[in-house]
Design a protein around this ligand. Structure first.
Ligand code: F6R
Length: 616
């Protein structure tokens, strides 16, 4: 949570930092701030609200020099208001900090600092940290880098920070533990960028260093970047990576919202996910990270999947895939529960961690726990080089491209794609899928991008349905088998972006309680594709119908039975049962999108949410 952007160099810093903050708003958007340094002028602007509010506040007073540090916040300590917004300044007025993460022992540190005369204007843990740095710097009469390093050794928690001294505006100190931070390197040590991810500086440089945990970097104009380990002071050789990201990928490309763009990107995203892995004509699935560990996979006692939110729903789909196609036992765990439950994990277990951002704190902690108990941990992440991608033993990227809309869409379908490939491969190697069945699956998988494309054509029908139900206070989503997790995901999408209360249920479970809610004002979205318990779902639809519920059914093209019963039908192309989630999820994404737009909600930045949840 929270986005950090900084610039130090010969360019005008304000536009770089303010535009960068706008790109990082997916990380948090309840308040924002920026400090601009121009020789002897220091201008600090902070406001509750979005980066656009900050822009208005700064207005024309932005003629600054080559140093600026900005922040977009997702509140943890202290409500979103001007005082709690970053940057925070130390008591002397000299030191400035922006921070992403949580200092867990801030209260103890704050009390200690208070007894030594420090005062605080905000409720944040961050203001405590900058004063701790100041105290150490003054007491030890040391350089800023050293003071930051010493302060961080007393800190418990997670952080990505950038700190500078107003009286020495040619140097920024950056450090990380548990929260990401990237340094962009421009021309000949004259041009440096700092950001929570590389998107704010992508048009300026393709060279970046991603700090590892426990690393501190000293960025000084005219000097090479120096990196060292915080705890033992060991020198770290900077690892400069070439960025693959391009500007087009992080812009809306003509769509009104990122979410809509990302929904429409799914055919390509799925193709990119299996490109080079699915060789349908040769009857091969090639995945280096699975192939290199194939004995472990084939001999695994069970697979434990850990994830949160939408990624957890992808994990539930994977449970059906692994059990059905590879006959492997699977447990799917909320990472946040798993990590505190003293779970039983054995050496022969494979833990699969699923995360779009690769930064979700609970998933990261669950991985560390599983590793400490001897499990082999495989990651399915979208963000290359993310904390989870690095913490896992190995893994497979989804290659979905940047997902900027806070509600996950293409991340979900591409996670399912990766997990499908693994389940198919293991199913075939274990002899659970004959070669001919395996080939049928591979051939069908290669058609999925075009079938998703075809599914997207129902947009206008979904928009019309959305206009009918946009004011409903509640909504029920039902599915069975492979499509039960899709029902959960559909309900989550509606809740998070339109603020309509929605529940997902296994269709048959409805009669054990939720049926009491059904009356003529209750829309019920039912996934009723031909494959997968069709007759049973038809009976469930009849049960809803007899109670006057309004039925929106997602059906296979050409369906006649459900058509007779449902109030609205949304047709999707036919596919194998195991692949239906990749298609049935599309209309549900579009339904929540259109309802949210019609209700005037902020689709890409729903209230109270943030894209990567780096706090527990
Ligand atoms: C919902 C959504 C969240 C995330 C969850 C996990 O649309 O985006 O539920 O799925 O916060 O995030 P990652 O996948 O980044 O670990």
């Amino acid at each position: 949570m929270c986005g950090i952007v900084g610039y130090l160099g010969y360019r005008k810093a304000y536009p770089i930092v303010i535009n960068g903050l706008q790109r990082l708003e997916y990380r948090g958007y309840d308040s924002a701030g920026i400090i601009l340094i121009n020789e002897n002028n220091v201008n600090l602007y902070k406001t509750k609200g979005k980066v656009s509010d900050l822009k208005e506040l700064v207005a024309k007073n932005n003629s600054n020099g080559g140093l600026a540090l900005g922040h977009t916040r997702w509140a943890t300590h202290g409500i979103p208001n001007n005082e709690n917004s970053h940057p925070h300044v130390s008591n002397s007025g000299n030191l400035v900090i922006v921070h992403n993460g949580i200092i867990e022992n801030y209260d103890t540190l704050k009390k200690e600092l208070t007894t030594r005369g420090y005062t605080f204007t905000s409720d944040t843990d961050t203001e405590v940290l900058i004063n701790l740095i100041e105290e150490i710097k003054t007491t030890n009469n040391c350089k800023l880098g050293e003071a930051v390093q010493l302060a961080l050794t007393s800190v418990i928690g997670a952080y990505a920070i950038a700190v500078f001294d107003i009286s020495k505006p040619n140097e920024i100190i950056v450090a990380r533990l548990g929260s990401p931070i990237a340094i962009g390197i421009g021309e000949n040590n004259k041009d440096f960028f700092i950001a929570s991810d590389a998107s704010p500086f992508i048009e300026y440089t393709k060279d970046a260093i991603y700090l590892d945990d426990e690393e501190l970097a000293i960025i000084k104009l005219g000097k090479d970047i120096r990196i060292r380990k915080i705890q033992d002071n060991a020198i770290v050789e900077p690892n400069i990576q070439e960025l693959k990201l391009n500007l087009e990928q992080i812009e809306k490309g003509g769509y009104e919202h990122f979410m809509l763009k990302e929904i429409h990107e799914q055919p390509k995203a799925i193709l990119d996910t299996y490109r080079g892995r699915l060789l349908a004509d040769k009857g091969i699935i090639k995945m280096g990270s699975v192939d290199n560990n194939i004995t472990k996979f084939l001999n695994a006692n069970r697979i434990i999947i850990v994830a949160c939110g939408t990624s957890w729903h992808a994990g539930l789909v994977a449970e059906y895939l692994f059990e059905d196609l590879a006959r492997m036992p699977v447990e799917v765990e909320y990472a946040s529960e798993f990590r505190y439950r003293n779970p039983i994990i054995n050496k022969g277990d494979i833990v699969i961690a699923i995360s779009q951002s690769g930064e979700t704190a609970d998933t990261l902690a669950a991985i560390k726990l599983a590793k400490s108990k001897g499990a082999f941990v495989f990651g399915v992440c979208n963000v290359v080089g993310s904390s989870i991608a690095r913490e896992t033993n190995t893994g497979a990227y989804t290659h979905a491209g940047p997902e900027i809309g806070v509600a996950s869409t293409k991340a979900f379908t591409t996670q399912i794609t990766v997990l499908t490939l693994i389940a198919l491969k293991l199913g075939n190697l274990k002899g659970e899928l004959s070669n001919s069945q395996f080939h049928t699956y591979l051939q069908e998988m290669s058609l999925i991008p075009s079938k998703v494309e075809e599914t997207l054509k129902i947009n206008a029908i979904v928009e019309e349905i959305a206009s009918i139900y946009k004011d409903a206070p509640n909504c029920l989503y039902l599915g069975r088998g492979y499509n039960f997790p899709v029902a959960l995901e559909g309900a989550l999408k509606l809740k998070e972006i339109s603020y309509i209360h929605a529940e997902g249920y296994p269709a048959a479970e409805m009669k054990h309680g939720p049926i009491a809610l059904i009356d003529e004002s209750m829309p019920v979205v039912v996934i009723a594709t031909k494959k997968g318990h069709y007759d049973k779902v038809v009976s469930n639809i009849q049960e809803i119908k007899s109670r006057k519920g309004k039925i929106i059914a997602v059906v296979t093209k050409g369906d006649t039975i459900v058509k007779e019963l449902a109030d609205h039908i949304i047709e999707i192309p036919e596919t194998l049962e195991a692949f239906t989630p990749l298609l049935t999820t599309i209309p549900l994404q579009l339904l929540s999108y259109h309802i949210a737009v019609m209700r005037g909600c902020n689709v890409d930045q729903p209230r109270n949410l943030a894209k990567s949840v780096t706090v527990e």
